[in-house]
Design a protein around this ligand. Structure first.
Ligand code: P6P
Length: 337
């Protein structure tokens, strides 16, 4: 009889790994897990509840907000507020940082950057969507935490994770000691350890990119795509193209099977589309902890210095050998559009 290990049990068990604010980080991770279960409940019945379609509002990116991403944003902020371990939330859905000023949170030690519902354009067509989160220590020591506490390099993350609301709902996270995956068992309402010590295959045959942007890609990307499509049995080419339009789902598949996800600069997105703080940094931390690699085509994602809350970057992330091969093409040909 397999022993069930819940997310809560695992977090407590691994608490000894934390050298700073052990109990607080454990509590924060559990708070995120609780909000994920609430969001999952709504995602799973999205077609029934009156939360499909647009909320009529737009986020700072000018993207139409679907009701479910507004709901998800509210749930995570509420969970982090009641948990009391987080003093600031930086979220894709809010133009500015959200100060958690409840008395309990005044001396909270952590900052959370979050994309509450990534890939939300897929909600109405029943395709996997995800939540992405990143956790930093607060650096300031007095008064209210500020944007300076949020603009930290990816190498300063203390934890990062994602939730994928797919054929099953999984929570995958790291605290810098490897990557572990938990699958939600709806019959007991618990995330249970299902993918201990996840490792990304060093190489792969899957590439994920929106080829609709082909004419706008840098030459290095165009050359890499042609390399991927040319037959060469020794290097298992042509590769397979898989693009879901949901970064969490594409990267999760590549984490399990091997592969590379790319969102390069294009002429319409000269700095790339994906956001550094709450999409690329957390996913890069997780993928590196699983043995993969994440760069902007030349520079390590985790080393990039954030200067703005919703800053964008190009990203090449996945199996180490595939990212390195793509970097070779970026190095040889023009690295920008
Ligand atoms: P495009 C979703 O909006 C997202 O941020 C990622 O999850 C996804 O991979 C990408 O953008 C899709 O962008 O331009 O290909 O539709």
């Amino acid at each position: 009889m397999a022993v069930i290990k819940t997310l809560g049990q695992f977090i407590i068990e691994k608490q000894a790994d934390f050298s700073y604010a052990k109990g607080e980080l454990s509590r924060l991770l559990r708070d995120i897990g609780i909000a994920a279960k609430i969001v999952n409940r709504e995602v799973n019945k999205a077609g029934l509840a009156d939360i499909l379609g647009d909320a009529g509002t737009t986020n700072i990116q000018g993207e139409g907000q679907k009701k479910l991403d507004v709901f998800a944003n509210e749930q995570f902020i509420a969970a982090l507020t009641s948990g009391g371990e987080c003093c600031i939330v930086a979220t894709e859905e809010e133009d500015h940082i959200v100060q958690i000023t409840s008395p309990v949170s005044q001396d909270a030690k952590y900052i959370v950057c979050i994309d509450p519902l990534d890939g939300s354009s897929n909600i109405d067509v029943n395709v996997a969507v995800g939540t992405i989160f990143s956790i930093y220590r607060r650096k300031s020591t007095d008064g209210l935490a500020t944007i300076e506490d949020v603009l930290q390099k990816g190498t300063d993350q203390v934890a990062a994770g994602y939730v994928i609301y797919g054929s099953s709902t999984m929570l995958v996270y790291t605290t810098g000691k490897g990557v572990n995956g938990f699958t939600l068992d709806p019959s007991i309402g618990e995330f249970c350890l299902s993918h201990p010590d996840l490792k990304m295959p060093e190489d792969g045959v899957i590439y994920s990119i929106n080829e609709g942007n082909y004419v706008h890609f840098p030459d290095g990307v165009k050359k890499y795509l042609k390399y991927a499509q040319v037959e060469d049995k020794e290097t298992n080419r042509p590769y397979t193209s898989r693009y879901i339009g949901s970064m969490v789902a594409d990267i999760h598949r590549n984490l399990i099977k091997g592969g590379i996800y790319m969102y390069p600069t294009t002429s319409s997105s000269p700095n790339g589309k994906l956001r550094l703080l709450y999409e690329c940094n957390p996913m890069a931390f997780i993928v590196e902890q699983a043995g993969g690699k994440a760069t902007d085509g030349r520079n390590r994602i985790l080393d990039l210095t954030p200067t703005e809350l919703h800053q964008r970057t190009s990203i090449f992330i996945g199996s180490k050998k595939m990212v390195e091969k793509a970097e070779e093409f970026m190095e040889t040909y023009s690295p920008v559009a």
